[in-house]
Write a protein that binds this ligand. Structure first.
Ligand code: ZN
Length: 296
């Protein structure tokens, strides 16, 4: 794992999300887990060398952020937003087990030996839930959890003031393709604005390299660009299918590591979701009360 600050570690170069952990005077807090079993076990071993694991926080319910939870079962409570819990284990096709094993067979063949048989497979779901914000104090560190809906409805950012670091999950896709398939773009923009109020030197995004607050403008502008492109299609009278055919941002960013072949699917799902959003066909995310003030 890459060292971000004195006590913060994250991996940005593996298939799946960017998982990380924070070392405190009283053990370790994990933020998201690697999707591939060998990587999850390696992170677990590395973290345990720094102390007992006190909490595991999930920033969203998508499988690339939570599958590795099974390798942390019985070690610590799992903390997440209540909507992450409600959506936990939902996948676009098949079951979490079939979806995951397909990925593992392809990208982590040795990892299959670490997977339990399907009958014993239980996702290690969150047990400690919050609504808007939550503070965890562990040893000498404080963890501020904020509900930042947008990419998903339960999306969460984890701010560690002492380290001046925030793990923002998929609210930022740094220099790689942005996934819109479960998104509310308006809520996403509000959440990005909220992140500007955090006093951080480093942001660990959900995907792509570590960045800083300068990237917030780039991400929010890209979201606006996407929405504008689909809105332009609707204004010209294009159907959803015509929008899918004619709109692509594939040339702008690479797809995050290990998912290169998903590029066209990411474009299609983004167009379809934004099209439905602009037609008022998706249930809008509730505005977080956090957006009415800046966190200081
Ligand atoms: Zn993700």
């Amino acid at each position: 794992m890459k060292r971000v600050t004195a006590n913060v570690y994250a991996a940005t170069d593996i298939r799946g999300c960017n998982p990380g952990y924070v070392v405190t005077a009283d053990g370790v807090v994990i933020i998201d887990t690697p999707q591939l079993p060998t990587k999850a076990m390696a992170m677990r071993e590395e973290a345990l060398q720094k102390g007992p694991i006190r909490f595991l926080i999930n920033t969203e319910h998508h499988i690339d952020h939570i599958l590795g939870n099974i390798f942390f079962a019985a070690l610590c409570p799992v903390v997440a937003h209540e909507l992450v819990f409600q959506d936990f284990g939902t996948v676009s096709a098949g079951t979490p087990y079939s979806y995951s094993t397909e990925v593992i067979k392809k990208d982590d063949p040795q990892g299959m030996a670490l997977m339990p048989p399907e009958k014993d497979f239980i996702l290690n779901a969150p047990t400690v839930l919050f609504s808007h914000r939550m503070t965890l104090r562990v040893g000498d560190q404080t963890f501020e959890l904020f509900h930042t809906p947008g990419h998903t409805r339960g999306q969460t950012a984890v701010y560690i003031p002492k380290e001046k670091v925030a793990f923002v999950g998929d609210t930022i896709f740094c220099e790689c393709q942005t996934w819109f398939h479960s998104a509310d773009p308006d809520a996403w923009l509000w959440s990005l604005d909220f992140l500007r109020s955090l006093d951080v030197n480093y942001i660990v995004p959900g995907h792509g390299p570590i960045c800083n607050k300068d990237y917030i403008s780039k991400q929010s502008s890209f979201i606006r660009e996407w929405v504008t492109a689909v809105a332009g299609g609707i204004a010209k009278g294009w159907t959803k299918e015509e929008c899918v055919e004619r709109i692509s941002f594939l040339d702008r960013y690479p797809v995050d590591v290990g998912q290169e072949s998903a590029g066209p699917m990411i474009q299609q799902k983004a167009v379809e979701r934004i099209f439905d959003f602009l037609l008022g066909k998706i249930e809008r995310f509730k505005k977080s009360p956090l957006f009415d003030f800046s966190y200081r």
